[in-house]
Design a protein around this ligand. Structure first.
Ligand SMILES: [Zn+2]
Length: 305
């Protein structure tokens, strides 16, 4: 290829002869220059992105950056939303566990001020052995999953324990365990004794509490009144059915204060001490029967101090 250069400075036109080698070198140089230019522009745009004066160039650079930022933001937001939902579920589980725990603590008789289930136990002492480096989202997520499974497991176990204890407590609550009269001890015990009327050995099917006439008689447990009438031997008598085949009997009363079929609560006043029926003086004859057969009431009654 021939290139003829004409200039005022040149006395005569000059002729340049370009061979294939020249062309290749020229093309290579061009490519290199454009690559270097692009790199330089890129460097400058990154280095001085915030100082670029050209509004169009700046908006181009910032739009690329914003796109990138948006992508990261939306990934973060999605992850955070997913974790927030998980956290919410775990918080709900924890609340449930707290209430179960509080009930169990109450059932077990632990003083509430000694054992607050919904408060973190006092911590201190050893430094945590957990790795302290930052966790990735995936690691964090799997840790949350583990924790959630553990919470599920504990709430199942505590729930089962709770219902067992509740049933047990309900049964105990239905047992005649409240002292029917406010007195220290009974005057005549359960079992074989000499009948005060005949002088013969007979089986005494309950216990006698001596107390003044008019002393309140209370239900030893909650239940339904299944007998409230005058009985030729027992005098004014009240029977209370507590369920589970348990019935308590209160005899020789001066006054009956409940009707047949009436529901009474534990400790409710149902009669007053007297000496009606086959009795030698004011006292309460108290019986506990299971499936009709007399039980020793002292097995159930909580004797005061
Ligand atoms: Zn008696």
């Amino acid at each position: 290829m021939h290139i003829i250069l004409i200039s005022n400075n040149l006395k005569k036109p000059r002729t340049l002869t370009l061979t294939g080698v020249h062309l290749v070198l020229l093309a290579g140089g061009g490519v290199l220059a454009s690559v270097l230019f692009a790199m330089g522009l890129n460097y400058l745009s990154l280095r001085y992105a915030d100082k670029i004066d050209s509004p169009s160039l700046r908006s181009l650079v910032s739009s690329v950056q914003q796109e990138e930022h948006k992508k990261n933001q939306s990934y973060l937001r999605d992850s955070l939303n997913a974790m927030a939902v998980r956290m919410g579920q775990m918080q709900a589980q924890l609340l449930r566990l707290d209430s179960v725990g509080a009930r169990l603590a109450e059932l077990s008789g632990i003083k509430p001020q000694e054992f607050r289930f919904n408060q973190n136990p006092g911590q201190g002492g050893t430094v945590s052995t957990l790795p302290s480096e930052d966790m990735s989202f995936a690691e964090f997520n799997s840790k949350i999953q583990e924790l959630s499974l553990a919470l599920d497991d504990r709430s199942d176990k505590l729930g089962a324990l709770d219902s067992l204890l509740m049933q047990d407590r309900l049964k105990k609550k239905m047992l005649p365990s409240v002292m029917p009269v406010n007195t220290k001890w009974y005057s005549s015990g359960f079992g074989v004794r000499i009948d005060p009327f005949t002088g013969r050995r007979i089986f005494h099917e309950g216990v006698d509490f001596s107390a003044a006439t008019g002393t309140p008689i209370v239900a030893a447990a909650g239940g339904v009144v299944v007998y409230s009438d005058f009985h030729p031997e027992y005098g004014n008598m009240v029977d209370v059915d507590h369920g589970n085949d348990f019935v308590s009997r209160y005899a020789h009363a001066s006054k009956r204060l409940v009707r047949l079929g009436q529901v009474v609560v534990r400790g409710q006043k149902i009669a007053e001490v007297g000496s009606t029926g086959r009795s030698t003086g004011p006292h309460l004859h108290f019986e506990v029967r299971h499936k009709g057969s007399p039980q020793n009431p002292s097995r159930f009654l909580k004797m005061p101090g």
